[in-house]
Design a protein around this ligand. Structure first.
Ligand SMILES: [Zn+2]
Length: 464
């Protein structure tokens, strides 16, 4: 029978007796020992856990990142050429190769001539780190058509394009079109990390963007269960290809929105049965969010995204208001040094709280904010327990939580981050992650490499 199989000898709780788990029609239908079945995977005592939920990610931005070669860290021309060729080797002849993060210190100014040497057979376009300049090779230039050229296209003495296009993104788009993002890479990468559900937290998600995501989900390119936030209207599809999530409030402390506008948004959310989610990376954004949540009665389940800075004085109000914090511990590792340097020492205790949220009984869940943070949840789990920056400085170590608690912050339901931890249990949906080690060992050195298999609705979406 399709989608009917057995996972034998799995560790469902650390140290507990091993079990066999039978999956049928997308659900767990039997848990026991010595179960019989033809199709089986032997877990050999390794941990079987619910699939992880990434509660805040930006799918299109992540797809664009995956579709580009980022050369920001590259130091010389030889390494630059090598990264471009390696990326091109993955593409079909004549395909576009998109490179981002270029700077003259890598290999000097680039024109079509230098780029033709590196890659004559692929349409190559290289974006300058500043974002104002694209550099194209000759094959790419054939796509943009002939003269006359607008001012953004740099030309030589005889009027031929040099390959350098200045502030020409919009014009380029009219010539080469908008590439449909390859969501399959996002789906595959997250599946390989054990992620079976995600919330896209983009304020910009329109009905048409939602349709692209839903179609990718239906076709299996993006197999994860989806919840989509948006800044405005969003209609839930009949086949539940995605859930409609919170109404996103994008707060920027330099230009906080008009209070009346926020009131309208919160009323809109309430009228549509949606909660709100406020982007809060500073104390003043948090204070504003809590004030408007209070004043306009934000629905239960409203969320504070990031919660990068939470003064102690805000904890009681957050608890009373029943808000959930969805935060990103992987940034402790990636940007922690900068945060410590740029934040006054007396405010360090307020940075990326975990243990004190738990002590204050404020529900919290983890997420990646990919592509701005690393999509690997296991890096976040390690960071939440270690609390070390990239240069190994201690980062508010008192906020450390155990590996088990950090993992649980990825195991709560998509529609209730910080809520009850999902379990591998009879009758539950077979969204599962099988590891290559028992749990105690996995939490000693959390790593995405430890994922052996990922199932969504009983279908195997990754096998390591
Ligand atoms: Zn975000």
């Amino acid at each position: 029978m399709r989608n009917d199989f057995l996972i034998r000898n799995a560790e469902l709780q650390p140290g507990a007796q091993l079990c066999d788990v039978r999956v049928r029609d997308g659900r767990i239908v039997e848990i026991g020992r010595g179960l019989a079945g033809e199709q089986a995977i032997d877990a050999c005592g390794c941990a079987l856990i619910p699939g992880l939920a990434d509660h805040h990610v930006h799918v299109f931005a992540l797809a664009a990142r995956y579709a580009s070669v980022d050369v920001e860290g590259v130091t010389d021309g030889a390494a630059f050429a090598q990264s471009v060729r390696a990326a091109a080797a993955q593409c079909a002849d004549g395909a576009w190769v998109r490179v981002i993060g270029y700077h003259e210190r890598i290999a000097g100014p680039l024109s079509r001539n230098e780029l033709d040497v590196i890659s004559p057979r692929y349409k190559l376009r290289v974006q300058h780190q500043s974002g104002v300049l694209w550099m194209l090779n000759s094959l790419a230039l054939t796509e943009i058509g002939g003269a006359p050229f607008p001012e953004c296209v740099e030309v030589d003495d005889v009027g031929a394009p040099t390959g350098r296009i200045w502030r020409g993104d919009e014009w380029l788009r009219t010539r080469i079109g908008v590439e449909a993002p390859d969501l399959a890479k996002v789906g595959a990468r997250l599946a390989a990390l054990g992620v079976t559900a995600l919330t896209d937290a983009s304020v910009t998600t329109t009905e048409s963007a939602a349709k692209l995501l839903a179609d990718a989900h239906r076709q299996g390119a993006l197999p994860q269960r989806l919840r989509l936030m948006s800044g405005a209207e969003l209609t839930a599809p009949e086949d539940s290809a995605f859930q409609v999530g919170e109404v996103k409030l994008l707060l920027d402390e330099a230009r906080l929105p008009d209070v009346d506008e926020v009131a309208v948004k919160i009323a809109f959310a309430r009228a549509n049965g949606r909660a709100v989610a406020a982007h809060c990376v500073s104390a003043s954004e948090l204070a504003f969010a809590l004030a408007v949540f209070e004043a306009f009665d934000a629905p239960v389940g409203s969320r504070i995204e990031h919660g990068s800075v939470i003064p102690e004085s805000a904890l009681a109000q957050m608890r009373a208001r029943g808000v959930t914090v969805v935060t990103q511990p992987s940034l402790i590792h990636r940007r922690g040094d900068r945060y410590l340097d740029e934040t006054p020492a007396r405010e360090h205790a307020d940075l990326y709280r975990c243990a004190s949220l738990r002590a204050a009984r404020i529900p919290f869940a983890f997420s990646s904010d990919a592509p701005y943070g690393d999509p690997d949840p296991w890096i976040a789990i390690a960071a939440a327990t270690e609390r070390k920056t990239a240069s190994r400085r201690a980062f508010v170590p008192g906020e450390a939580i155990s590996g088990a608690t950090a993992l649980e912050a990825y195991l709560t339901p998509l529609d209730a981050p910080g809520g009850p931890v999902r379990q591998v249990a009879m009758g539950s949906v077979a969204d599962l992650c099988l590891l290559k080690t028992p749990m105690t060992e996995a939490l000693r050195r959390p790593s995405g490499e430890l994922v052996a298999a990922t199932l969504i609705g009983g279908a195997m979406v990754f096998r390591g």
